[in-house]
Design a binder for this molecule. Sequence first.
Ligand code: SAM
Length: 350
Amino acid sequence: MTTVDIAHRATSGQDPEHGGPDPQEVRQRILELTTSVYAFSALISALELGILDELSAAESAAEIGRRTGAPEELVVALLDVALSLGLVRRTVAGFACTTGAAALVGGKAKEILQGDLRSTHLQSANLIDCAGRRDIPLRGWQYSDPDLLEAQGARSTEAVGALSRMVFPQLEGLEARLTATGGTILDVGTGVARKAIEMCRQFPNVHVVAIDPLPQALALARRNVAASSLEDRIELRSQRLEDLADHQRFDLVWIPVMFLDLDVAARGLARAIEALRPGGWAVLESIATEGEGLQEAVLRLVALLYGSPGLFPERAAALLRTAGYEDIIVLPAVPGVAPRVTVGRRPVGA
Ligand SMILES: C[S@@+](CC[C@H](N)C(=O)[O-])C[C@H]1O[C@@H](n2cnc3c(N)ncnc32)[C@H](O)[C@@H]1O
């Protein structure tokens, strides 16, 4: 049973007279959620142990255990879960990854997936810890745990490839600007700078100004930029978007508005349009989603915890309009990807 099934039942299985399921049904739904939590942990464990990487070619559990150092019984149990999720299949030799999973469990894709899962795990565990201490700060995304910061950074690199392939070609003049000498990007909320580094790899002529107010993140960012030998192409600044003072410097400003509250986003977009060159583009990522299902409800909760409650894509578009951007488009949702992208352009003649 997937969370989508659970959500469907949660909305469709309601008793109109008494307004909900009976206690036994509630218990059953909670058991299903518990199952999902352990399945999630099993997937992370299998990735961390390197068990799934071993399955590009069919292998026995005993051989995988020998290569990864994991006890064979644990390998079997984790693969049993992966099997029921459709990530692996049984073969004569033992197990092999299914085609869809194989594309995600090796190389760079694996690093992104691991970062995604680990970051989600640590953030959701933090929500529980805070609730236990009666301390739900709702001060936005303010983590200092280096593991979480790095996991979030690894997850964020996925957007660079996806947007470069699917979105940038739709934005008039942008690719030409980013491939030309002098092309400059503003990376807002750079965190540990993994996205900025990925942008430099994707566009070998580009320079990036990467801003973030969080000292712990910037310390890791400095280390990552140095390790990538990109100090001459990435300028790291301890700065908030709403304090930006650049004038006509950037061809692209990339703003994950999902980490900003509405007032900050509005003030920040006004600064950003001033900082864009005429005809340059703003790319916004937001996370709040309308809808009755469990997934939509969880995304609204995440938006609240990130600091951007109620920031639906149409709201992001309205903020862009108010700040004077044009050619505003809310891009369609991409299956399997939570953030929604909204773009707007500084008028060419402005
Ligand atoms: C989830 S993190 C981004 C992760 C990042 N893309 C990476 O590669 O690691 C969101 C970041 O936005 C930053 N942030 C929050 N408010 C901000 C603001 N007003 N201006 C700029 N950055 C801000 C936070 O400090 C945090 O590091």
